[in-house]
Ligand binder design. Structure first.
Ligand code: CA
Length: 271
């Protein structure tokens, strides 16, 4: 497990490094910093952080390669810092396995908000992300086709009041929000936190469509619900995460076993 109190900054600009360091320290993190890509990868290996901030433009190896190397051994939450004009860089970084991005110049409160949202994202997904939590879903709840996998367990195995944390099973996919694992046909998947949370959001929503902006808000937390503009680029980050997720699931978007694209809207569970 990563250490929830540790953060690593990978950034070659000293001013930005210090600024990020102050924000992370104020957020309660033990902060370590590297000024090169290779040094950053080693620091992540040594310190086992919960969060990594990563500048894409580094003097030795580029940020995309840094993400790929970190992802070989760590599921730390990776926030990339990118230039405002470089949306393609953002998408490539997410494809490589980063979780989120901030464009430079960023405001410290933006970084604080992203970190806060990440830290509130539950270890037990069912606890604070109940289905029907979106403000946009007025009215009647739709009964999902998803059955709790725990029904095969002896009576009384489930603790009353925690049914939302019971494993979800659909078409050979089992999601356990307790230990945040996902299995397909009995084989465990290596999902990042973001991929797990997206998959859980869709499975937990049953037949309801999840819009891309809904998913952005779900990942970024409640304080983004109020008055926060969700940009096209933000929605594209969901598309990239979803493509990565489908690849790991082995789910073909044209003939999906689990995740169906609702064109122009978002995604929903196959039923
Ligand atoms: Ca740089």
């Amino acid at each position: 497990m990563d250490d929830p109190r540790v953060a690593v900054i990978i950034e070659d600009d000293q001013d930005i490094r210090e600024l990020i360091g102050v924000v992370l320290s104020q957020s309660g993190f033990e902060v370590h910093a590297a000024n090169s890509g290779a040094g950053g990868v080693e620091l992540v290996r040594a310190k086992n952080p919960a969060i990594v901030t990563l500048d894409l433009g580094l003097p030795d190896i580029d940020g995309f390669e840094v993400v790929r190397r970190i992802r070989l051994f760590s599921d730390a939450y990776i926030v990339m810092l990118t230039g405002r004009a470089d949306e393609m860089d953002t998408l490539l970084g997410l494809e490589a396995g980063a979780d989120d991005y901030l464009t430079k110049p960023f405001r410290p409160r933006e970084l604080r908000a992203r970190i806060g949202a990440m830290m509130r994202r539950p270890r037990h997904a069912g606890e604070v992300l109940p289905s029907g939590s979106s403000a946009q879903e007025g009215g009647a709840a739709v009964t999902p086709d998803v059955q709790p996998a725990a029904t095969s367990q002896p009576e009384g195995a489930a603790t009353p009041g925690t049914s939302s944390a019971a494993p979800l099973a659909v078409n050979g996919l089992v999601l356990n929000s307790g230990n945040r694992t996902a299995e397909v046909d009995g084989t465990e998947l290596e999902l990042t936190r973001t991929e797990f949370d997206l998959l859980h959001a869709i499975v937990d929503s049953g037949k309801q469509v999840r819009t891309k902006s809904d998913l952005v808000r779900r990942l970024r937390g409640d304080e983004y619900d109020v008055g926060t503009y969700i940009s096209d680029a933000d929605e594209r980050t969901i598309e990239v995460h979803m493509a990565n997720l489908r690849r790991k699931l082995g789910d073909n978007p044209r003939e999906p076993r689990w995740i169906k694209t609702v064109r122009g809207v978002g995604y929903r569970l196959v039923h």
